[in-house]
Design a protein around this ligand. Sequence first.
Ligand code: NAD
Ligand code: DAU
Length: 339
Amino acid sequence: MTIIVTGGAGFIGSNFIFHMLGKYPDYRIVCLDKLTYAGNLSTLEPVMENPNFRFVKMDICDREGVYGLFEEEHPDIVVNFAAESHVDRSIEDPEIFLRTNILGTQVLMDACRKYGITRYHQVSTDEVYGDLPLDRPDLMFTEETPIHTSSPYSAAKASADLMVQAYHRTFGLPATISRCSNNYGPYHFPEKLIPLMIANALNDKPLPVYGEGLNVRDWLYVEDHCKAIDLIIHKGRVGEVYNIGGHNEMRNIDIVKIICKALGKPESLITYVTDRKGHDMRYAIDPTKIHNELGWLPETKFVDGIQKTIDWYLNNRTWWETIISGEYQDYYEKMYGNR
Ligand code: NAD
Ligand code: DAU
């Protein structure tokens, strides 16, 4: 069994590679990653010498390169994590989001059609459903919730989902899609809420909370997401969408306060800053389908997952300090300097 994992030098893709190599010692995993600002080769260092692992630096939009790799590797399965993933960056500059998230997906699916695979899996997001009101806690996203996007990021991800469904229906591509809620855990790039707050708190820097901090996200420990994808690619029904989430809705401000407490830092570091444009209010996933069909349930409780995550950032300072000492500085100044 050979699996091409795109975007495997990023947050969730790398965790997925670790999970798969650990669980299936006879599988070959080929990671295809462009190594954008979000990709980090040092993350994959623990598996670089594994004979069942190969890393290839490549853009998923590079049709010739991708076709060449398929000719060499004859993959059985492709799992597409590669994407521009940060909402705030998509608001600053949408174009690369359209290129990578939509056109890159198309190139991968064309390669799958040309060379034949048993499964193409698209890693999508709950953001394709738009947002939910705070005063209707009874409402949740199901797989039937209409697509209704807010940001250039979510619009590009939703476009890719529609293309995957079109390739399945029109060309019979054996595809599945998963739509997961917010992940957290090791190797999360420090532009995202949880790692950014941990890094800033450890450096006694202000903790920039957008708006009033009342927006709600449905947090899932990254390993649980990886296990869900593992189940879908092996047992999920072709042509189906599976929502993934663990019923763990939390307000941003509460997350930031938990991080302050865990690190022994004062809440006076919290600074309310100008809100994100078009900021989605609440996400909440109904994971009934994946539970009933595939038996998936989240295993890590938030209280344990956040402690493991904080411990990981404390024990792996070099990983994130190297990131935030580079071009990240310019990014931070641009996004937060006058906010
Ligand atoms: P990330 O930004 O940490 O990693 C993205 C990876 O993709 C990086 O390694 C980057 O180098 C690579 N990449 C970007 N453009 C590429 C290109 N053109 N060709 C090849 N590689 C490219 O992202 P993440 O948080 O790990 O998210 C992975 C996937 O999961 C994305 O598709 C995202 O939409 C989806 N998702 C993320 C979350 C979350 O909470 N982080 C939740 C649900 C779904
Ligand atoms: O729901 C899944 C999505 O979760 C994924 O598809 C995206 O790839 C991923 O980035 C994430 O999107 P969010 O926009 O929800 O995540 P982010 O960490 O950027 O922000 C989480 C919340 O915290 C959001 O309401 C904005 C807020 N926030 C974020 C940052 C970076 C702040 O208040 N301050 C910040 O500095």
